[in-house]
Write a protein that binds this ligand. Structure first.
Ligand SMILES: NC(=O)C1=CN([C@@H]2O[C@H](COP(=O)(O)OP(=O)(O)OC[C@H]3O[C@@H](n4cnc5c(N)ncnc54)[C@H](O)[C@@H]3O)[C@@H](O)[C@H]2O)C=CC1
Ligand SMILES: CC(=O)C(=O)O
Ligand SMILES: [Mg+2]
Length: 574
C-alpha cells in the first residue's frame, strides 16, 4: 500500500496543508488562504452536520465531504466513529439506498450491466486506481429492505468506507461495485429516475456466466484483489463456486457468522450455562441465519460436541414455521442441513409456539421482521433462563426483531443482548445497561486486511472463524467489567489489528499465504507490521512533507510554485 499512488485526489485540496505543500501539489490558490488545524476543520464539519435536520441529509453532507476532501472525511470519521458510523452505514444507508434514485449526485464506484457481458475486462480498465479490495453487490437483498437494484450501491460504498476507517485500507485502493442484473422491484423500474436497467432479474445460469467473467477480469486487472460479496439474495452458488479459486468471501454468510461467534463466545461465558447445554432458536433461515448457525456449529465442535450433537442445537424458523424435513414443501438446499427430523410429524408455525416447544437459551433474529420478538416472547425467554441470549440482528433498525429497550424491559434486565443496528445505552432500575452491536463490521475489515497483507490465495473457512474468535479476545478489562459482548466501537481500529492478526496467523496455518516473510514475526511484531500498513488520515500531511523533503523541493516565495533541485523527478508536480 504505497502512498499517493496515482493522480491528485480530493484529499489534495485540504486546507490543513501549509503553503509549501499546496505549492508542491499545485493547489496553491485553489483553497482558502488560512491553514487550519483538524480541530477547526472538525468544528466546522460538526456544526454543518448538526444543522441538518434528518439523518439522510447528514448522509448526503458526509458523502459530499468524502468526495471533496477524503482525508478530512476519514479524520472526522475516525474521531467520531460511534456517532458517524450510523450515518454512513446501518441504519441510515438503508434509507439512502431506498432513495438512491432521488438523491444521486455523483458516481462513487463502478456500475456494470448485464449488457456489458463480453467486455468486462475492457470496462474495468477505465477505473483509474490500483484496487486491493472490492465489495460487489447486485442489490437484490439490501439489508432487510428487499431488492433495490442498482440503488444498492450505498452498501458497497458504506462497507468500503468502513474498510478504510476500521482497517486502514487506503480509500483509493477500494472499489465499490454494483452489478445491474435486472431487478424484480417494479416500483423502481417504473420510476423514470431509476438509474438501472428496466429488466427482470436474469436467470441464475446467466448470472453465473456473467460472474465467471467478472471474477476473472477483476483478478487479471488487479492480481491479489480481495473480492467481498455483499447483499445478494442467492449467495450460496457464487460462494461455493469461487471460494477455492479466488480470494473472496461472502460477508452476509461468513462475516455475519464470524461476528456472532465472537459475541457468542462472550455471551456463553456470561450466561453461566455450559456450552453443551445451550439451545438456539433462529427466526430467519436465509443466508445470514444459516451462515451464523453454521459458524456456531464449528464453535460447539471446538467445545467438544460431535457435529451431529452441535447441529441438533439449532431450530430454524422461516416464513413457513419450524424448518423440518417432513414439512411438505421443497426446502432450499441451504436449509436442509438444519431441518429437524425429530419433530414426530409435528409442524409448528408460530415463533412463540416454537419457543414453548424448544425452551431455548438463545434467540436469534435474522428474519427482516421488525418487532417479531414480542413482549410475550421476551418474557418467556426471561422466565425460562437466568440470562437469555437475545440477538435481534436484522437491519436496519426498523427491521430489528426488537430494540434494546424492549429487550431489557421485557426480560427485566436479564438478557445478554446484541443487535445488527446500533441502539442507545439506557438505565434500568438504577443500573446502566449497554447494548452490543453484532454487526459484521467488527470482522470484515480484518478479514479483508488480513487477506491483503498475507497475500492469501483463498479466504479459508478457518480464517473466517478466526476473525470471530480473535474478536472475542479483543475485549479490554473495562469492557469486560461492564458486561460487554463486543468491544466499544470507538476502539475499532485496534480491534481490527487483533482480528487481522488472527486471520493472517490462520492463513499461515492453512498454507494459503504468499507473504512468507511475515511468518517469522512474533505476535507483537505482526501487530506493529499491520499498524504500519494502515492508512492514517492524520499522517497524510507528514507523508507529503517527506516526499517534498526527499525530492529536495523548495518553496519559491508566494508565487504559487515550487522550485525543485531534482526537477526531472518532481516534474509531475511542477
Ligand atoms: N447483523 C448483521 O451483521 C447482519 C444482519 N443481516 C440481516 O439479516 C436479515 C436477513 O438477511 P438474509 O438472511 O441475507 O436474508 P434472506 O432473505 O436470505 O433470509 C430471510 C429469512 O427470513 C425468513 N422470514 C421472512 N419473513 C419471515 C416471517 N414472517 N417469519 C419468519 N421468518 C421469516 C425467510 O423465510 C428467510 O429464511 C436482514 O435484515 C439483514 O440485514 C444480514 C447480514 C449481517
Ligand atoms: C450488516 C449486513 O451486512 C446486512 O445487514 O446485510
Ligand atoms: Mg450485508
Amino acid at each position: 500500500m504505497s502512498s499517493r499512488q496515482l493522480a491528485t485526489t480530493s484529499g489534495d485540496y485540504d486546507n490543513a496543508y501549509p503553503p509549501e505543500v499546496r505549492k508542491y501539489l499545485r493547489t496553491y490558490g485553489l483553497t482558502p488562504p488560512n491553514t487550519e488545524t483538524f480541530e477547526l476543520q472538525a468544528q466546522r464539519c460538526l456544526k454543518q452536520l448538526d444543522r441538518k435536520s434528518t439523518d439522510l441529509e447528514k448522509y448526503q453532507y458526509l458523502t459530499h465531504l468524502r468526495a471533496t476532501n477524503v482525508h478530512l472525511f476519514y479524520r472526522l470519521l475516525s474521531e467520531n466513529v460511534k456517532d458517524i458510523t450510523p450515518l454512513i452505514y446501518t441504519p441510515t444507508v438503508g434509507e439512502a439506498c431506498q432513495r438512491w434514485s432521488d438523491i444521486y449526485t455523483q458516481p462513487e464506484g463502478m456500475y456494470l450491466s448485464y449488457s456489458d457481458k463480453g467486455h468486462i475486462a475492457g470496462i474495468l480498465a477505465n477505473w483509474p486506481h490500483n484496487v486491493e479490495i472490492t465489495v460487489v453487490t447486485d442489490g437484490s437483498r439490501i439489508l432487510g429492505l428487499g431488492d433495490l437494484g442498482v440503488n444498492g450501491m450505498g452498501i458497497p460504498v458504506g462497507k468500503l468506507a468502513l474498510y478504510t476507517a476500521c482497517a486502514g485500507i487506503r480509500p483509493d485502493a477500494t472499489l465499490p461495485l454494483t452489478i445491474d442484473l435486472g431487478t424484480s422491484n417494479m416500483e423502481l423500474r417504473n420510476d423514470p429516475l431509476y438509474l438501472g436497467s428496466n429488466m427482470d432479474k436474469v436467470a441464475p445460469e446467466d448470472e453465473i456466466e456473467f460472474l465467471d467473467e467478472l471474477m476473472a477480469a477483476l483478478t487479471e486487472r488487479w492480481p491479489g484483489i480481495v473480492i467481498q460479496y455483499e447483499d445478494w439474495k442467492n449467495p450460496f452458488t457464487s460462494l461455493e463456486r469461487y471460494q477455492k479459486t479466488y480470494t473472496m468471501f461472502n460477508d452476509d454468510v461468513q462475516g455475519t457468522g464470524a461476528v456472532i461467534v465472537g459475541g457468542f463466545i462472550n455471551a456463553v461465558k456470561a450466561s453461566g450455562v455450559a456450552a453443551k447445554d445451550h439451545k438456539a432458536v433462529f427466526l430467519g433461515a436465509g443466508s445470514a441465519g444459516v451462515g451464523v448457525a453454521k459458524q456456531l456449529v464449528q464453535y460447539f465442535i471446538k467445545e467438544g460436541l460431535t457435529e451431529e450433537e452441535a447441529k441438533k442445537k439449532f431450530y430454524l424458523v422461516d416464513s413457513k414455521g419450524l424448518v423440518t424435513l417432513d414439512r411438505g414443501d421443497k426446502l432450499a438446499d441451504h436449509k436442509t442441513y438444519f431441518a429437524r427430523d425429530d419433530n414426530s410429524g409435528k409442524q409448528i408455525k408460530d415463533l412463540a409456539d416454537v419457543i414453548d416447544y424448544v425452551k431455548p437459551t438463545i434467540l436469534m433474529g435474522l428474519s427482516t421482521i421488525g418487532g417479531a420478538f414480542t413482549p410475550e416472547i421476551l418474557q418467556t425467554m426471561a422466565k425460562n433462563n437466568d440470562k437469555p441470549v437475545v440477538f435481534p440482528l436484522s437491519n436496519p433498525s426498523s427491521k430489528s426483531e426488537c430494540n434494546f429497550e424492549e429487550a431489557i424491559t421485557h426480560t427485566d434486565g436479564k438478557c445478554l443482548f446484541a443487535s445488527g443496528s446500533p441502539f442507545p445505552e439506557m438505565e434500568y432500575k438504577g443500573q446502566q445497561m449497554y447494548p452490543g452491536q453484532g454487526n459484521n463490521m467488527y470482522v470484515f475489515p480484518g478479514i479483508g486486511l488480513g487477506a491483503i497483507l498475507c497475500k492469501a490465495v483463498n479466504v479459508t473457512q478457518d480464517m473466517i472463524y478466526a476473525s470471530g474468535e480473535y474478536l472475542s479476545y479483543s475485549l479490554n478489562e473495562d469492557e469486560k467489567s461492564k458486561g460487554f459482548l463486543y468491544p466499544d466501537i470507538s476502539r475499532i481500529r485496534e480491534v481490527s489489528v487483533v482480528v487481522t492478526r488472527g486471520v493472517i496467523r490462520t492463513a499461515q496455518k492453512n498454507g494459503v499465504d504468499r507473504e512468507l516473510a511475515i511468518r517469522a514475526l512474533s505476535d507483537e511484531q505482526l501487530d506493529d507490521y499491520i499498524r504500519a500498513r494502515m492508512y492514517d488520515p492524520f499522517k497524510e500531511l507528514d507523508h507529503i512533507k517527506e516526499e517534498i523533503k526527499d525530492l529536495g523541493i523548495k518553496s519559491n516565495g508566494s508565487n504559487g510554485t515550487v522550485e525543485s533541485l531534482k526537477s526531472a523527478v518532481a516534474g509531475a508536480h511542477l
